[in-house]
Structures are given as structure tokens and as C-alpha cells.
Design a protein around this ligand. Structure first.
Ligand SMILES: Cc1cc2nc3c(=O)[nH]c(=O)nc-3n(C[C@H](O)[C@H](O)[C@H](O)COP(=O)(O)O)c2cc1C
Length: 341
């Protein structure tokens, strides 16, 4: 077995590419696919602490773990009250987490303006108290994911990271943008490099990694321990295995879609599973000449129909066709008998 790339406290992490936590995407089925491509850590979608304190709630599902096991498994939560965050974390600790991560990066106003997500970065005392309590009372490791700060004028990621680490954080992940940038502009990799030099725990760099060359550039430029990949991994889990989508042949994509379908159906059941796979299908087909097929998949009601349509598509589009070619050709049309779909 290969050597760990780094450790989070005493937990070995094998590999340096990591699927970012992404609400509506980084669920049990997609994580299973990404794991197969070597994703080294498994982050859930974020969950608000209030949802974890009362009666069972649909959001609890976000903390499900694949029956085959996922390690190291990171449960990500967010809140704006240290005691409440602690109680939520204590409640979920035994549900399969190896690590509990505090989201301090969410920029959505209904989260950040209430002092949670990136709103926590404006409250250094809350950050100190949260990490102090969690590291004192939990057995599992505690980590956090940050942005650069609230806005251009208040980029306090170094101060917040120091407070986290002084209070027991075992890893810091940094998305190199401020809250006001949202997803605009370029991610600041210099900040990731500076953070890596200033803390003695592993650092994950995040933002604007789209290709294998980007993974290697971000690592070389910042010396970060791992690279978190968000949007570019959607419909493109090969990136986690350091394979660019342009290198694929069409048959490789359909094989993964079939697997993803089975993961989605076995986890969600037929109706929600089809809805789930269709959300990912838009990403798998992004930029490809397959719009008529995408529309037909979205009308499908049953799993056998979905599988039949996959078969029809595989007959229409050669499996050895390079993806780069599938971007150039006019859209592949559905066979005539399917036009009523
Ligand atoms: C659809 C979507 C959902 C996201 N949900 C979360 C989340 O639940 N927790 C979190 O820490 N970040 C979340 N993010 C932010 C990503 O983890 C990541 O930091 C951001 O997309 C920048 O990385 P990228 O340039 O590789 O996409 C989300 C991003 C997207 C696009």
C-alpha cells in the first residue's frame, strides 16, 4: 500500500485530490463514484446545526454514509452559536464521522448574514469558542473550511486560521475568494501559499482547479497538502484521478453514468434516484453534442426506460469516440421512434 499523503491529527489520508463539499451534489452516490477515482476525503453536504438538534429531519440524510464505508468521512455542519454547534456535533459524532468540519465559507445571505458560514469569520471570539469546545468535548478531529474573509477590505483568513489551530483545529481548507466575490474573479492562490506557511496543520487549497495541470500547479505554487475540487469534478470525477475529460472516450462516460445510476437508485429509490441522476447527467453531458438525448433522459419515468435509452445512445454514438470530437459534431439526434419522448 502507498504511503499516506498527509495526516489529519492521527488519521492517514491517502491521496491529495478531494471532492469539495457541495450541497445537492456531494451525496452518497456521487461520493461513491468519486471514491473509485481516488477522492481522498469524503465531505458531506453542509447541514445547519438547528436541523440536527430536534426530531429526525430530512436534512439528516445528508450525513448518511455509504454502506461500503467511507474513510476518512467528514461531516460538515454550520451554525452561529458555539454551544449549539457543540450539541449538534456531539449528537452526530457517533453516526460515522471521522472528522467534523465547520463551514465558514458559505456566502449565501440567509446563512452568512446570520453569522454562520463565512459570517463566522467576522466573529473571531465565536470561532475560538467553537473550536475550543469541539476539540475539548469530541473524540473525532475537528476542521474548518474558510474563505479569504468577508470582503476585499477584511481578508482575515490568517487570523481566523490561527485562532482555529490554537483551539485545536486539525486542518484548514481555504477557498481563495471573499464572500463578496462569491464565485467571481480568480481564486487567490497566493493566499493559500501564505496560509500553508503560517500554520502547522495540513492545508487544503480550493478554487479554480479545472484540469490536471491546475491540480499540479496549485500544489506546486502553494505547497498545500491536498487540492479540493468543486465545480470541475461535477460530471467529471476523472479529474480526481488526474485524468482530463478531454482524454476520455465516450464509452468511459456512459460506463460511469450507468454505475452512478445504480448508486443513485439503490440509495434514493426510483423517483428521487432518477431526479438525482438527471441532475448529474447535465454535468456529464456538458458541452457535448447530446442535447436531444439529455431531453429524452429527463422525460424517463422508470429505471428500465433509462437503461434502454442509455443503450440507444450507445448505439448512436460510438463508444471509442474521443470526447474532444463529441464537442465538435452537430448534436446526435434521437432515433425516429423516440422522437415522441
Ligand atoms: C452547488 C455548490 C454547492 C456548494 N455547497 C457547499 C457546501 O455545502 N459546503 C461548502 O463548504 N462549500 C460548498 N460549496 C463551495 C465549494 O465547496 C467550493 O469551495 C467552491 O465551489 C470553489 O471551488 P471550485 O472552484 O473548485 O468550484 C458549494 C459550491 C457549489 C458550486
Amino acid at each position: 500500500m502507498s504511503l499516506p499523503s498527509f495526516f489529519i491529527r492521527d488519521l492517514p489520508v491517502y491521496g491529495d485530490t478531494i471532492l469539495s463539499p457541495m450541497a445537492a451534489y456531494s451525496d452518497v452516490p456521487f461520493r461513491a463514484i468519486c471514491r473509485q477515482f481516488g477522492a481522498a476525503l469524503h465531505y458531506t453536504e453542509f447541514v445547519p446545526t438547528e436541523a440536527l438538534l430536534g426530531d429526525p429531519n430530512p436534512l439528516w440524510r445528508r450525513l448518511d454514509v455509504h454502506p461500503a464505508g467511507e474513510h476518512p468521512m467528514v461531516f460538515q455542519i454550520f451554525g452561529n452559536d458555539a454551544q449549539q454547534i457543540l450539541r449538534a456535533a456531539q449528537r452526530i459524532e457517533s453516526w460515522g464521522a471521522d472528522i467534523i468540519d465547520i463551514n465558514m465559507g458559505c456566502s449565501v445571505p440567509k446563512v452568512s448574514e446570520k453569522g454562520a458560514g463565512v459570517g463566522m469569520m467576522r466573529q473571531p471570539k465565536l470561532v475560538a469558542e467553537t473550536f475550543r469546545l469541539l476539540s475539548k468535548h469530541l473524540t473525532v478531529a475537528v476542521t474548518g473550511k474558510l474563505r479569504l474573509g468577508w470582503d476585499e477590505a477584511s481578508q482575515n483568513y490568517l487570523e481566523i486560521a490561527k485562532i482555529m489551530v490554537d483551539n485545536g483545529a486539525a486542518l484548514v481548507a481555504l477557498h481563495g475568494r471573499t464572500r463578496s466575490q462569491k464565485y467571481r474573479g480568480r481564486a487567490n492562490w497566493d493566499a493559500i501559499a501564505t496560509l500553508k506557511q503560517s500554520v502547522n496543520v495540513p492545508v487544503l487549497g480550493n478554487g479554480d482547479v479545472r484540469t490536471v495541470a491546475d491540480i499540479d500547479r496549485l500544489k506546486a505554487y502553494t505547497n498545500c497538502d491536498g487540492v479540493m475540487i468543486g465545480r470541475a469534478a461535477l460530471g467529471n470525477p476523472w479529474l480526481l484521478a488526474r485524468v482530463d475529460r478531454e482524454q476520455l472516450m465516450f464509452g468511459e462516460i456512459t460506463a460511469v453514468i450507468r454505475q452512478h445510476l445504480h448508486e443513485a437508485i439503490s440509495y434514493y429509490g426510483t423517483q428521487d434516484g432518477l431526479e438525482n441522476i438527471n441532475r448529474h447527467l447535465k454535468k456529464y453531458f456538458s458541452g457535448l453534442a447530446l442535447k436531444p438525448f439529455l431531453r429524452a433522459f429527463q422525460a424517463v419515468q422508470t429505471v428500465p426506460e433509462f437503461e434502454d435509452l442509455l443503450g440507444v445512445m450507445e448505439t448512436a454514438v460510438p463508444s471509442h469516440l474521443p470526447i474532444a470530437e463529441l464537442r465538435k459534431v452537430p448534436h446526435f439526434e434521437l432515433p425516429n421512434h423516440l422522437h415522441s419522448c
